[in-house]
Design a protein around this ligand. Structure first.
Ligand code: SF4
Ligand code: FES
Length: 247
């Protein structure tokens, strides 16, 4: 395949960024998108230029480290992570504009790398759960309804990649936060701190500069783990409860 990459280059957080164009003429359709960036970087390094900075770790769609916007879509045109996106998703001769997540709460560090520590601070604000420590309890000693277990499991699939924020016109982190709140809120172990946890997480979310949800739905459509939008309803209902409201 022959492809043209227009990649956002930015030397540092305060530097002015711009798109730089690169042509690659011998790309296999079986390569992942990050492997294409590896090929580009090898050629940039051989010619004495700065490689393109981008995040990755597992390259298996598990860790949530990778994430770039390709032609306006977070993680590109498929429902998957950037590391699991393959070049067969594009046509020969494609021109791909590659940018970092764009959100006030995710400042650019360099090129395609953004600082997503705001997500960590939201999780930290949520705090610990008050489960007993000691030896592991027998697995079935705490009964959990199948419906609740399934919903907790579905929400727990969130890998914290931030594509929901990048897709949202309000740069809201509410799909991410809704996934985390739902995951614990459905389980018995999550009940003791349920209301204080959601109040603290929402406060931190707003302090980080994320916007509010206005039911656009781009977050869920962009999510590589298909987190459903109704976790935001759970988040809102739990937040109301934390303020003394009713479900
Ligand atoms: S909700 Fe989906 S898009 Fe958002 S951080 Fe979690 S996995 Fe990524
Ligand atoms: S590198 Fe781990 S999810 Fe993409």
């Amino acid at each position: 395949m022959r492809i043209t990459l227009k990649i956002w280059r930015q030397a540092g957080p305060a530097a002015k960024g711009a798109l730089a164009t690169y042509q690659l003429d011998d790309i296999s359709e079986d390569m992942s998108f990050l492997e294409v960036l590896d090929v580009l970087n090898e050629s940039l390094i051989s010619s004495g230029e700065e490689p393109v900075a981008f995040d990755s770790d597992c390259r298996e769609g598990i860790c949530g480290q990778c994430g770039v916007v390709i032609n306006g879509q977070p993680h590109g045109p498929e429902v998957t992570t950037s590391c699991q996106l393959h070049m067969r998703s594009f046509s020969d001769g494609a021109e791909l504009t590659v940018e970092p997540w764009r959100a006030t709460a995710f400042p650019v560090i360099r090129d395609l790398v953004v600082d997503r520590s705001a997500f960590d601070r939201i999780i930290q604000a949520g705090g610990f759960i008050g489960a007993n420590t000691g030896s592991a309890p027998e697995a079935h000693s705490v009964p959990v309804q199948k419906r609740k277990a399934d919903r907790a499991f579905e929400a727990a699939a969130c890998i914290g990649c931030g594509a929901c924020v990048a897709a949202c016109p309000n740069a809201s982190g509410m799909l991410f936060m809704g996934a985390k709140v739902t995951h614990l809120g459905e389980l018995p172990q999550g009940q003791p701190e349920r209301w204080s946890r959601v109040a603290a997480m929402v406060k931190q979310h707003d302090a980080e500069g994320f916007g509010g949800c206005t039911n656009i739905g781009e977050c869920s459509a962009a999510c590589p783990k298909e987190i459903p939008q109704d976790v935001i309803s759970t988040l809102n209902a739990d937040f109301r409860m934390s303020k003394g409201g009713k479900r």
